[in-house]
Design a protein around this ligand. Structure first.
Ligand SMILES: Nc1ncnc2c1ncn2[C@@H]1O[C@H](COP(=O)(O)OP(=O)(O)OP(=O)(O)O)[C@@H](O)[C@H]1O
Length: 213
């Protein structure tokens, strides 16, 4: 079980999150929605331990450790002077120790492995990062921050299918501004607004955005 308790998260004197209590009891895909600047990424950074906050995040009653979490930011930073292959191996090595074998079955996206990352398009860079993450098979929790940004339509559907599979055996937290894509697959939805995070039914969530999907 993932227990997220954030009593308070502030940047300087501004409170971004307050009295957040989220209990995730089983594997599945959990959606986080809210307008720009409401705190979705900040919430994820707290869970990841990237930023200080008052509270605690527990996984199966223990402090959540970073090797258990796969973090997929909207715009991942890559080492531009490595080739795609070198970056994937670098990621694998820093995450799980020395390992020089690239598993071709775990490359979700077809990319030119020998291309220098600096010469890749924005979408391809994201594919390199996602391919790197997916090389590692023992994460327990996946956090995707607006994963569909920057990818072409076909790649987004491949990623969506992959996320669906991940959700069967892992906890997947996902934020997206494109609700229609992900909504049918969500176990629960959370809406972040003015420091609070509230669990909603899918129908109520759409009402919050005044949407008819
Ligand atoms: N490092 C930082 N220092 C100061 N303020 C920050 C920092 N990071 C984020 N903020 C502020 O925290 C608030 C929440 O930002 P956050 O990026 O979490 O929102 P978001 O919901 O993910 O937005 P978006 O949908 O635009 O990605 C914003 O007011 C933002 O300006």
């Amino acid at each position: 079980m993932l227990k997220i308790k954030i009593n308070s998260k502030q940047y300087l004197s501004k409170t971004i999150l307050k009295d957040v209590n989220i209990h995730i009891l089983e594997n599945g895909i959990y959606g986080f929605f809210g307008k720009n600047g409401q705190g979705k990424t900040t919430l994820f950074h707290c869970i990841l331990g990237f930023t200080k906050y008052q509270g605690e995040v527990l996984f199966n009653n223990n402090k959540l450790e970073s090797p258990e979490i796969a973090w997929i930011p909207t715009e991942p930073d890559l080492y531009e002077y490595l080739t795609c292959h070198e970056f994937i191996m670098f990621y694998k090595n820093i995450s799980r120790g020395k390992n020089n074998t690239l598993d071709p079955d775990k490359l979700l996206f077809d990319i030119e492995l020998n291309k220098i990352i600096k010469e890749c398009s924005t979408g391809t860079k994201k594919k390199v990062y996602l391919n790197s993450i997916l090389q590692i098979s023992d994460y327990k929790i996946y956090i995707f921050d607006e994963p569909f940004n920057g990818l072409d339509i076909e790649s987004n559907y491949s990623l969506l299918k992959y996320i669906q599979e991940l959700g069967k055996t892992n906890i997947v937290l996902i934020s997206s501004h494109i609700i229609e894509i992900i909504l049918p697959y969500l176990k629960e939805c959370y809406f972040i607004n003015q420091t609070t995070v509230i669990k909603h039914t899918k129908e109520n969530l759409l009402k919050n955005f005044e949407l008819n999907v």
